[in-house]
Write a protein that binds this ligand. Structure first.
Ligand code: AMP
Ligand code: GLY
Length: 422
């Protein structure tokens, strides 16, 4: 099977690594990365160059296109390719609104009775300001559109909220603003592969969004993840499938926009159950880096079944191991960060047992690896339990060096805290 994979980050490296486990699968990535070039061909077409990607697909005639990031989904790449008769793993423009418009997503959740926080939508900054003077705190402000992780502000008091409102409203994504009730609990990322009718759940993962240990400092794209999350017990998984994933997929189908691809539910879990924080229309990053080593089925076959509407009856064979991914980031990230620092130790780390180093922001010049992104590497290892996986991952992190390298030392610590509580 020839697969065209859209994207260039750590998530796509992990997907490609898993897809290529089937020796029959050939891969072309666009725009790809040096790591992706070791797993197939790469073609320098940007993820938002819809015409360029269509031309590439018509040229290479893939059996399947897998779309990694949200931007091309929200722009409608899947529709363009499907119109050419090419099977695509990834939702249509209308279905990707579940991620692309938080107002659409919240209204959809209410229409279909999905558990979520109460909220109000504002189209005028003035109205939102009046409202923020009356509500009780904490509350959460959200910009409607895609904001690369910068569209949500948790506000403990009115001053933070009014300042936050002004900054969100000044952005393109913040033309509409949601003011949402604050939910306390533990976050977990729930992933379902769907063909628009059936849903195959993947192991749940916990991300670590803040840059520093103890969840301190500004939020990032994600500094590490582990899977499976003990928080997601088999009973809770069943409830989430019954009360969130299945009604969401059925709801999109009933509304005439079946969701085909990866549906990611960001959940807040508390004693009163799981509530939806958000939907995403694609795999999480870095959760995917932790998940891929746990999949024992041929993922290309599962993606193809989802893309062609025949997922019913398919099973995913999963390893009973645990997996951990620790992200190494560049100095300065998530603000302006250093680039072009030589990286050593990737080979040594990768040679360790059960360890794989996924590359997110790495350039290669004359055989030397250089930092080329805020999140640089996702060092990942599996073990018989989370403790074992953590030990292996952190040993491998110790092999890798570049100037200003930063990583959290407490990835996975939550798993033990939560396990003790239950
Ligand atoms: P979102 O993009 O909606 O997932 O929001 C980004 C992050 O903000 C989430 O991962 C949570 O950590 C936090 N967050 C979002 N909504 C809420 C909420 N209603 N209550 C508490 N935290 C939230
Ligand atoms: N890791 C969070 C996300 O991919 O949105």
């Amino acid at each position: 099977m020839l697969i065209l994979l859209i994207g260039s980050g750590g998530r796509e490296h992990a997907l490609a690594w898993q897809l290529r486990k089937n020796p029959e699968t050939r891969l072309v990535s666009a725009p790809g990365s040096p790591a992706l070039a070791t797993l197939g061909d790469i073609r320098p077409v940007a993820v938002d160059d819809l015409e360029g990607l269509k031309a590439l697909a018509l040229e290479i005639k893939p059996d399947l296109v897998v779309i990694g990031p949200e931007l091309p989904l929200v722009l409608g790449l899947a529709d363009i390719l499907r119109a050419e008769g090419i099977p695509v793993f990834g939702p249509s423009k209308e279905a990707a609104k579940l991620e692309g418009s938080k107002v659409f997503a919240k209204d959809f959740m209410i229409r279909h009775n999905l558990p979520t926080a109460g909220y109000a939508v504002f189209y005028e900054q003035e109205d939102a300001r009046d409202y923020l003077k009356k509500v009780s705190y904490p509350i959460v402000l959200k910009a409607d559109g895609l904001a690369a992780g910068k569209g949500v502000i948790i506000c403990g008091n009115q001053t933070t909220a009014l300042n936050g409102l002004a900054s969100l409203a000044a952005t393109e994504a913040g033309k509409k603003i949601i003011v949402e009730d604050f939910l306390a609990g533990e976050e977990v990322s729930f992933f379902g592969i769907t063909d628009g009718k059936n849903v195959l759940p993947l192991p749940s993962a916990q991300d670590h969004k803040a840059i520093y240990d103890g969840d301190r400092g500004p939020n990032t794209g994600g500094m590490g993840a582990y899977a499976p999350a003990p928080l997601m017990t088999p009973a809770l998984q069943q409830t989430v499938m019954r009360d969130i994933m299945m009604p969401a997929v059925q709801g999109m189908a009933v509304e005439g926009h079946p969701f085909c691809g990866l549906l990611y539910a960001g959940l807040m879990v508390s004693l009163s159950g799981a509530k939806l924080l958000e939907f995403n229309a694609r795999f999480g990053d870095p959760e995917t880096q932790a998940l891929m080593p746990l999949i024992e089925s041929d993922l290309s076959e599962i993606f193809m079944a989802a893309a062609t509407g025949v997922l019913e009856g398919k099973c995913l064979k999963l390893s009973s191991n645990s997996s951990v991914c620790v992200v190494l980031s560049a100095e300065g990230y998530p603000g302006p960060y250093r680039r072009n620092d030589p990286i050593t130790g990737i080979e040594a780390a990768s040679a360790r047992p059960d360890t794989v180093v996924f590359e997110a922001g790495v350039g290669r010049v004359n055989g030397t690896s250089l930092t080329n992104g805020g999140r640089v590497l996702g060092v990942t290892a599996t073990g018989t339990n989370i403790k074992d996986a953590l030990e292996k991952t952190y040993l491998a992190c110790g092999d890798i060096h570049f100037k200003g390298a930063h990583y959290r030392r407490d990835i996975g610590a939550k798993a033990f805290r939560l396990a003790h509580r239950s």
